[in-house]
Design a protein around this ligand. Structure first.
Ligand SMILES: NC(=O)c1ccc[n+]([C@@H]2O[C@H](COP(=O)([O-])OP(=O)(O)OC[C@H]3O[C@@H](n4cnc5c(N)ncnc54)[C@H](OP(=O)(O)O)[C@@H]3O)[C@@H](O)[C@H]2O)c1
Length: 318
């Protein structure tokens, strides 16, 4: 297999890079980073610090700019035309209001919109080189979307607060332009719902009668890696407050490796896996076609805003 690993320079991605290269779990490993220094020194460590049983390549891209994400996809296609696996792992939890270069709230832009754009740009490659695997690192946080903010359910007129199951999302609030409307938990859990939603939506579109032959052998799944001691978790625990006790970073790669190397990982598609590598129930809202159509529309609008020159249109191939 020839795999791209995004966000390889820290935390779970870095641990996965070490494991994959030491065990030779793939033939080519394309390491993605946003910092040239960081990703080069990772590649050096992998090559010189122990047995390196993969061919390593390096690509750069900053997810806070969709222009950079498109260039990243083009670079991946050029350095690894055999690509047949993408591990979408890069992510952030930003605890202050900030915007990407395209004017999107940072956490949602980096965690949801950027990987959607990257994946859709790489999909023709995955189709050509099938069998192919697409692995999206989501989070159990997606189960809690909406729980950290009061929310009015239009159907019942009731205000839903912490702990209540969410039946719909007010999509006018998902991309706050000013800090008064910003809630870091909501943005993070929504972005992770985005990962689950994109998994189920892509699966649905790939299996439509007009697409199913093309995408036979292309699978897409998402996962929760566990609560893992990384800099992203530190934002949650130290600055935002969390009662979770994190596990060591190496345990965060169990399900990634399962989906990358197991027979099941090549057969099952459209599912959410827990940190033990087992299929688990995702947020029911991810199965709500009406709500998810709205989410898709918001996502499309966000990338459309970024590509005023019309380049986004090629992303809508499915
Ligand atoms: N840790 C947990 O408990 C936990 C739980 C559930 C899900 N997850 C998910 O696991 C994934 C990995 O997170 P982690 O905990 O390993 O976090 P991390 O240690 O902070 O690593 C995140 C990776 O994403 C990269 N990244 C961040 N912003 C980026 C940007 N604008 N453009 C390109 N790359 C960017 C980082 O690059 P730099 O090295 O340059 O910073 C780093 O390589 C995320 O998708 C996260 O949502 C984590």
């Amino acid at each position: 297999m020839h795999a791209l690993l995004t966000g390889s320079t820290d935390g779970i991605g870095r641990a996965a890079a070490f494991h994959i290269s030491r065990t030779g779990a793939v033939k080519t490993l394309v390491l993605h980073g946003r910092s040239a220094d960081k990703v080069s020194s990772l590649a050096k460590e992998l090559r010189e610090g122990g047995p390196c049983n993969v061919e390593l390549k390096i690509v750069l891209g900053d997810y806070s700019s969709l222009e950079s994400v498109v260039e990243l996809a083009e670079e991946v296609a050029s350095v690894c035309p055999e690509l047949n696996c993408v591990i979408n792992n890069a992510g952030v939890l930003v605890d202050y209001h900030s915007l990407t270069k395209d004017g999107h709230e940072m956490t949602l832009g980096v965690n949801h919109v950027a990987p959607v754009v990257l994946t859709l740009k790489l999909l023709p490659l995955l189709e050509r080189n099938k069998p192919s695997r697409l692995i999206n690192v989501a989070s159990m946080a997606h189960l809690y979307v909406g729980m950290s903010m009061a929310y009015k359910d239009e159907a019942t007129g009731k205000t839903i607060r912490d702990g209540s199951p969410l039946t719909s999302i007010d999509f006018s609030k998902v991309n706050p332009k000013v800090s008064a409307d910003f809630n870091p938990y909501f943005q993070y859990s929504l972005s992770k719902l985005g990962n689950v939603f994109f998994t189920t939506e892509l699966e649905r579109r790939m299996r439509l009668p007009e697409n199913c032959e093309r995408f036979k052998g292309v699978v897409v799944n998402c996962l929760h890696p566990g609560v893992i001691d990384t800099k992203l978790f530190n934002v949650l625990s130290h600055r935002l407050g969390s009662s979770f006790t994190p596990s060591a970073v190496d345990s965060g790669i169990i399900t990634i490796m399962h989906l990358l190397t197991s027979e099941e990982g090549g057969l099952v598609s459209g599912r959410y896996f827990n940190e033990e590598g087992r299929i688990a129930a995702a947020n029911a809202i991810a199965e709500n076609r009406e709500e998810m159509q709205k989410f898709w529309q918001v996502t499309v609008t966000m990338w459309a805003e970024a590509f005023v020159d019309g380049r986004y249109k090629s992303l809508n191939a499915l």
